[in-house]
Design a protein around this ligand. Structure first.
Ligand SMILES: NC(=O)c1ccc[n+]([C@@H]2O[C@H](COP(=O)([O-])OP(=O)(O)OC[C@H]3O[C@@H](n4cnc5c(N)ncnc54)[C@H](O)[C@@H]3O)[C@@H](O)[C@H]2O)c1
Length: 359
């Protein structure tokens, strides 16, 4: 049975639906009837998924459906990358009553969302995330954006969609490393807000099992619920939304560090969560046993858990200081107060941060 979450932010409210086969079965009519639609498709999403979506839209009496395929890499998540989308909207005379659908991973939903937020000062948006990470993270909460001049996501807008459809069938073609990246975010959500979810993930992965379809839907639901709850209370990241950055300050530095090139976002976040947990241990906020349980779970899903030998600490500290999530000169990190509870910790000594990466 479909799981549903209602997201209410100050600016908007919308539904997130999670189920197997939603692209084929969802009745879009109430949202799309009589409208021009542009599907912004991730180039790696199988063509069959696009065809299924077009079929469902045509059944819903749309006026016209177009699609545009975009290459999914961080370099293309840029002004150059979104220009062809604006050009097509303009050429086909899309008006304020038209609608954009983002169909793909987080790069695609971020780009499609940003275009929707800015074309004619904002047209309707449906997000259909097709990676596990985009489902539990990128497509919820209304952050959209592109990269500019070497910085990530520094141009963008908060822009909420009308609907988010999470079809777990679309994950079947997803490469394993991308599935694992999504698991990293699910573990993060459990660590900052849900001890119960953490324990269930332990029961599955520490016993060498994987998630059944039903369990996957349930885990996506619970994980999305955590993000939805946090963003509903803090749409524009003035307070608790920062908790979602647990492990990410380290993660971004790992991603940016040359000696770790080749680390995916998910892998960098996995290792970042271990460092942030180590920091929590050094602060006396979690026990050694809790720390070891966190490492064991991260290890069991196939994420890296050791700092590579050629890791350059100076480079790392430099990358850290560039991270926009560290406010001014104060070292500000998200730390745990136990499994399932997180807080913002400020004014940390540089020495402690250095210790936290000595795993
Ligand atoms: N807006 C937000 O709040 C938010 C939150 C987290 C991450 N992000 C952004 O999301 C991006 C990362 O998202 P991601 O991990 O989904 O990466 P991604 O968009 O690069 O997708 C990962 C890979 O999977 C491919 N893919 C997508 N769906 C597929 C499918 N069904 N079958 C086969 N391949 C498929 C993509 O083409 C890509 O190669 C980053 O740019 C990050 O900045 C945004």
């Amino acid at each position: 049975m479909s799981k549903s979450i209602n997201i209410r932010t100050q600016s908007h409210s919308y539904e997130v639906l999670i189920d197997e086969g939603l692209i084929k079965t969802y009745d879009f009519k109430w949202l799309v009837q009589g409208k021009q639609i542009l599907i912004v498709k991730d180039s790696n999403v199988p063509i069959e998924i696009l065809k299924d979506l077009e079929k469902s839209l045509n059944k819903s009496e749309v006026s016209e459906v177009f699609h545009i395929e975009i290459k999914t890499n961080e370099r293309n998540k840029s002004f150059e990358g979104i220009m062809p989308i604006y050009a097509l909207l303009n050429e086909k005379k899309f008006n304020r009553d038209s609608l954009i659908i983002g169909l793909g991973g987080g790069i695609t939903t971020d780009m499609a969302g940003f275009v929707a937020s800015s074309y004619l000062r904002g047209i309707d948006l449906i997000q259909i995330p097709t990676t596990l990470l985009a489902q539990v993270d990128a497509a919820i909460g209304g952050k959209t954006g592109i990269n500019f001049s070497g910085s990530k996501n520094n141009i963008g807008a908060f822009y909420q969609p009308e609907l988010v459809l999470m079809d777990t069938s679309s994950l079947e073609s997803l490469p394993e490393k991308d599935f694992t990246a999504g698991l990293a975010e699910i573990i993060k959500h459990s660590l900052i807000a849900d001890n119960n979810l953490f324990q269930r993930l332990e029961n599955t992965f520490l016993n060498g099992n994987s998630l059944s379809e039903e369990e996957l839907i349930q885990v996506i639901y619970e994980s999305s619920l955590i993000k939805a709850f946090i963003v509903s209370n803090d749409e524009k990241e003035k307070g608790d939304r920062a908790l979602l950055n647990f492990g990410h300050t380290y993660g971004h530095a790992f991603e940016g560090s040359q000696s770790l090139n080749g680390f995916s976002h998910g892998e960098a976040v996995g290792l970042g969560m271990i460092c942030a947990s180590n920091l929590s241990l050094l602060l006396g906020n979690i026990s050694q046993e809790e720390y070891e349980r966190i490492i064991a779970l991260i290890k069991s899903v196939g994420l890296p858990f050791e700092i590579p030998k050629d890791f350059n600490v100076d480079e790392f500290m430099q990358a850290m200081s560039r991270d926009k999530k560290i406010l001014s000169k104060k070292l500000r990190f998200i730390t745990l107060k136990g499994i399932g509870r997180a807080e913002i910790t400020e004014n940390l000594e540089e020495d402690l941060i250095l210790k936290s990466i000595s795993l």
